[in-house]
Design a protein around this ligand. Sequence first.
Ligand SMILES: N[C@@H](CCC(=O)N[C@@H](CS)C(=O)NCC(=O)O)C(=O)O
Length: 211
Amino acid sequence: MALIYAGIRCELREVALADKPAPMLEISPKGTVPVLQLADGKVLEESLDIMLWALKQVDQQHWLMPPQTNDMLHLIERNDGDFKHHLDRYKYPNRHEKTRNSNVYARQHRDAACEFIVQLETQLTATTFLFGNKPALADVAIFPFIRQFAANNPKWFSQTPYPRVQRWLQNWLDSDLFKLAMHKQVPWQAEDTPLMLDQRQSFAAPVPAGE
Ligand SMILES: N[C@@H](CCC(=O)N[C@@H](CS)C(=O)NCC(=O)O)C(=O)O
């Protein structure tokens, strides 16, 4: 989403995680997506690094939002740390806990994850987005994880006392930018003609509107 927002011209290679292409593993042996290789050969293999790099190139709507960049990075750190820890255990209790009742285990982690949701709900009390009335880096870095959290049990999530988070999430899910970014391609193959990101979508896609 950050690459599309910034209008970065780059080649897109869809990866099937069950069949990772050798050129990807050569430049990034840790084998996670996304991976971005820059024109000078430098490799970025963390999504936050890719977002920050893209926004440093072009950031017309000020997603980096100085001087609040560091506050946003702190919230993203909580998301990627504590919240992600509980999200993984809520989604896949059996991978983490073999002996105890996995329903109880999942629920404990769901409840622990809600501490972060409560913080987001508080931040959304006075504003449409996390750091004001327009979208910014923190919204885009965090909402995909809240999407996963909600999707694990949509009925339960829709009944939680977090109406602002629910509305904020829905706003992002409905956005053209998200739909463009989620558009799936067939996995890349070495003989393919390079597919440029801007060939499959219009650039500078509209982001959700503030109030
Ligand atoms: N912290 C990394 C996490 C990346 C990550 O774990 N991506 C998953 C897909 S969402 C992956 O590539 N998993 C490797 C696999 O399933 O083999 C980032 O944000 O870039």
